[in-house]
Design a protein around this ligand. Sequence first.
Ligand SMILES: [Cu+2]
Ligand SMILES: [Zn+2]
Length: 161
Amino acid sequence: MQKKFLVLMFVTVLANAQVVLTAKIHELSGSNVNGSIAIDVQHDKTSITGSVTGLTPGKHGFHIHEFGDCGGSNASNSGPHYNPVVKDHGAPSIDSHLGDLGNIVANAEGIASINIVNNVIKIEDANKIKGRSIIIHAGVDDFVSQPSGDSGVKIACGIIE
Ligand SMILES: [Cu+2]
Ligand SMILES: [Zn+2]
């Protein structure tokens, strides 16, 4: 009976595990794209919410890149998409880079209200993505082209804290 209770307690703690990370998004090379993002990592999924302004209307590739460094020409210091278990690039799924977050969509005013549920990033990944960069691209991630979805230049970058 007591053992059962302890197991139940343990499961409850796991189910409630949650790490909230944030990223301040800053423009790159005069793009005027800025915003803030919250990454709410839960036991079995992650909610990504926030707002980004200064975009051109439409879809923009959105990824976690390997290195937490927005410097270099076109933020080249950020490296490739975060890919800890060596998958191909694609739409967010267990068969894609862990850093593949899909596209964000800006309205006619250039504002993207982000509200993504990602079923790939789980609680055990919270410490792996912390300290890396999150990047917004000028173009659409086509989910097919390798290694990065052909989503064009990087227009904004932030560090996941
Ligand atoms: Cu990217
Ligand atoms: Zn990718």
